[in-house]
Design a protein around this ligand. Structure first.
Ligand SMILES: Nc1ncnc2c1ncn2[C@@H]1O[C@H](COP(=O)(O)OP(=O)(O)OP(=O)(O)O)[C@@H](O)[C@H]1O
Ligand SMILES: [Mg+2]
Length: 382
């Protein structure tokens, strides 16, 4: 088993914001308590007190999640405050709109049966604590871990096959529920005239890549993958609300039932396959790493053919062109790994490799996917 450093400490997109960031806290809990108390009082329309406040790791506030216990109107409120990343800290993504994420969760919560956290209020300005933030109710339960990935040993590997199948089915039902939600027109960027939602998605991925390589050498593999994506882009004009970072690591489960769908940072308009394929791409990343480390992982979990079948049952629509979409999402994920590794080199936490493609941990998987040889190599895990 590789030690944890063999996997980028934050192997997952949104977690990546934590990697290679200067370690000193940007704010202390002492500093934010008075303004947050005042703000909560104004929002609640009644004097609030904060009875407990701590980052989950007890390490100052370099993390973006703060656990807050508050009281108003004689009632206890268990809250989670998510604070936007500091744009000056060289974030993984060029922009981050928490207020839109809050409104998307509200939209999904009011238009579908898909579970989202209880939503209190959003503060889109920097005026209160220096950064935008949102306040949610705290949902009890368990999240499949990313570090180390759940395939390496976790409550999921310890569960029964039936429990995992139930979790898989109900998560896929939630995905179908999101796709049945009406389009929140004013929350998600519309494609340009004559452009499909998928083409607009690819255009933004290309912009992200161009931003990522500003002032440094690019990755021949990612450039080949982008070219491949342009040439093989499915001809579809489907445009639905897609969750974006659609994977089990962004779900809080209670007894294997989804209790809250989190993390709407990558939500976009697009075809449903974007979401169906993202979870498959990320599971393959974790499962391949686990097998490379000589362990079994979860070969019968989140299998591509099962996911496609369950999604079709839940939504009435069979996903199409999934070879494309899993490869496309793997490319996006590889790009994020590349970006994270470039930052690690800049912060002196990693060596610049001779070959820029060596910054991409899953480069063999991505190459095999765009060459069309990946799936035959994984036998009945397809
Ligand atoms: N409403 C909530 N109730 C309980 N826990 C929550 C809630 N929202 C977020 N969390 C906790 O915070 C973690 C990260 O949340 P989320 O996936 O939304 O953000 P992220 O951008 O991935 O954050 P990070 O980089 O801190 O992992 C979740 O895995 C969960 O443990
Ligand atoms: Mg997340």
């Amino acid at each position: 088993m590789p030690d944890q450093t063999a996997i980028p400490e934050d192997a997952i997109p949104e977690n990546s914001a934590e990697l290679a960031r200067p370690s000193d806290s940007r704010l202390s809990t002492e500093e934010i308590t008075p303004p947050l108390t005042e703000w909560l009082s104004a929002k609640a329309g009644s004097p609030a007190t904060i009875t407990g406040i701590h980052p989950p790791d007890g390490n100052g506030m370099s993390s973006e999640t703060v656990i807050v216990d508050a009281e108003w109107d004689g009632e206890q409120h268990n809250l989670v405050v998510r604070v936007a990343p500091d744009p000056k800290s060289d974030p993984v993504f060029p922009d981050y709109d928490l207020d839109v994420q809050f409104k998307l969760m509200e939209h999904v919560g009011t238009t579908t049966k898909v579970p989202v956290p209880p939503l209190y209020w959003s503060e889109p300005s920097d005026a209160v604590i220096g950064y935008p933030f949102i306040v949610m109710g705290r949902v009890d339960g368990e999240v499949p871990p990313d570090v180390l990935p759940y395939t390496f040993g976790s409550w999921l590997t310890e569960a029964t096959e039936e429990q995992r199948q139930q979790l898989q089915r109900e998560t896929i039902e939630a995905l179908a529920g999101i796709h049945a939600s009406p389009m929140p027109e004013d929350l998600l960027e519309a494609p340009r005239d004559g452009e499909t939602a998928l083409a607009a998605h690819l255009r933004r991925v290309e912009d992200f890549y161009a931003w990522t390589i500003e002032g440094r050498s690019g990755s021949p593999l990612l450039e080949r993958a982008l070219q491949w994506a342009r040439e093989n882009l499915p001809d579809t004009d489907e445009s639905l609300l897609t969750w974006g970072d659609a994977r089990i690591g962004n779900v809080i489960y209670q007894d294997f039932h989804p209790a809250a769908i989190l993390d709407w940072e990558m939500a976009a308009r697009g075809p449903r396959e974007l979401d169906v394929a993202w979870g498959i791409a990320l599971h393959r990343f974790f499962q391949d790493l686990t097998e490379m480390a000589g362990m079994e992982g979860l070969p019968t979990f989140w299998r591509r053919s099962d996911v496609e079948k369950m999604y079709a049952e839940a939504s009435g629509v069979t996903p199409k062109d999934m070879d494309f979409y899993v490869a496309y999402n793997t490319m996006i994920y590889s790009m994020i790994l590349f970006r994270v590794q470039c930052r690690a080199v800049e912060y002196g936490q990693a060596e610049e490799p001779d070959d820029p493609d060596d910054k991409i941990l899953n480069k063999a998987t991505l190459a095999a996917m765009i060459d069309g040889t990946y799936w035959e190599g994984i036998g009945d895990q397809r």
